[in-house]
Write a protein that binds this ligand. Sequence first.
Ligand code: N01
Length: 546
Amino acid sequence: MNTPASAHPVEVEQTIRLDAVIIGAGFSGMYQLLSLRDQLGMQVKVLEAGAGVGGTWYWNRYPGARCDSESHSYMFYFSKELVNEWAWTERYPQQPEILRYLNHVADRFNLRSDILLNTRMNSAHFDEATNRWHVYTEQGQHFVAPFLITAVGCLSSANLPQLPGLSDFKGQWYHTGQWPHEGVDFAGKRVGVVGTGSTGIQTIPVVAAQAQHLTVFQRTANYSIPARNALLSEEFKRFAKDHSEGIRHIMNTNTNGHSFRMVNRSVTATYPAEREAIMETAWIKGGLEFRAAFNDTLINPEANQLVADFIRKKIREIVLNPEVAELLSDIDHPFAAKRPPVDSQYFETFNRDNVSLVNLRATPIERITARGIRTAQAEYPLDILIFATGFDAMTGSLLKMDIQGRDGHLLKQVWRDGPLNYLGLQVPGFPNMFTITGPGSPSVLSNLPPAIEQHVNWITDCIRMLRDKGLQRIEASEQASDGWCEEVNKAASATLLAQVKHSWYWGANVPGKPQVFMPYAGGFARYTEICNQVVSDNYRGFELSA
Ligand code: N01
């Protein structure tokens, strides 16, 4: 092993010995802390770079930020008491409400004393001789523990495009994933938004309602389904509590971790009038459930085309200016082959007098100037520029850190051609390190809270097993990892997701990133079964040692 202390640039002020170190205090880090501490009685600390808990929901405070999953499914289900005492107000929770929920979780389970805020992990090196991870923080702490668990989130490393001239810009600019806590005043301002993914589509209507003028810079037109957000009725709140076990069962036994099941019905096998009526009903109901109206939308191109045409028609009906409608509905990929957004008045926003759309496909951005954005055709003067340009997804946050496994294996090196892993839980060469919702797991293709609960439970059970058997070490074998990466490719290839290479699922949005399909697309329930089977087969594919 490289001597950890000398490898660390900050002077070590303090060494703390623990049973496990967790990186990140969002949904996953907090539940992992609770599980290891309260079920296994372990000494654990969570290192959190932010000044508060919440992870993604601590950082993503942009206007309009809310969850696309419905509130009754976007919560922990491991504690019946927690389910019963928390009441969401809206069909889709807004960022402040989710952050309040996560703070409630931290208080209710007394987690705060084991969470170190404003503490950024710099490096983690594994010492073979002692089977210990040495973890160093920017603040000068040194933690030594047998287990290292990353809970850094899948969409937490902001992706800021390298556009020339940004430093010349005289206005204010922001990335949605690093939004200022004090908020931004758009009144009387000319605002530009670059990006029309889920985030852009959420923020554009809210900014448009406040700004003097909003210019949307669109590179790729996107499908979006109306969210139909509304306050929850007392009746629904009661229903969700009374049926929490049933809801939990559905989430844990379907393909996507949501509280609805995909209808076992084919688009192409349905008569046109019936199909139209089904899609109309799903459109009126709104939300991600629209995708679940048929079972072949994401596997049969012909089926997808029919659904995509329905959405394009809707866009043309909503947007009054035919030229703008054409640009917004000129979508170059199958529906849901990139993450499909849901919206509140997104397409309607383009009917406002103070909103204009720039087609970057026809006139790409040449540079940022002191005054605004210059495309191949014009300069757009702006006071505020918002980058809704997404994330270095799934691997970005992990690769920012210096993580070194046994025999000097560097994570950056091991993942140079893509995120080699087994079950999205472990990387060969990195014993006793677990990645919650890492690449190779359903994660971003699933509703995340149940995916997180499944991972945390698996990891906790695994550590319990090691302890009960007096074992010191677990490591994914290279063979099992190679096999799993093939399985991940195979699962993606069975869907249209594999055909759309210009998506962040493929790492295409970050220059130089290997183009590898990262999440497991075989479905959450199937994935859970595989993980359980691996355990039944005595942790098949993992090397266990004393
Ligand atoms: O990011 P994105 P996001 N010049 O990568 C454009 C989750 N999420 O933050 O498509 C011009 O999807 C880019 O254009 P193109 C959800 O999983 C969840 O919106 O590359 N444009 C695209 O339009 C989601 O999928 C919730 O051509 C540039 C946009 O920026 C994920 O987060 C809420 C550009 C980026 O879209 C990421 O969504 C919100 C450039 N140089 C988000 N670079 C929840 O519900 C990029 N773009 C929990």
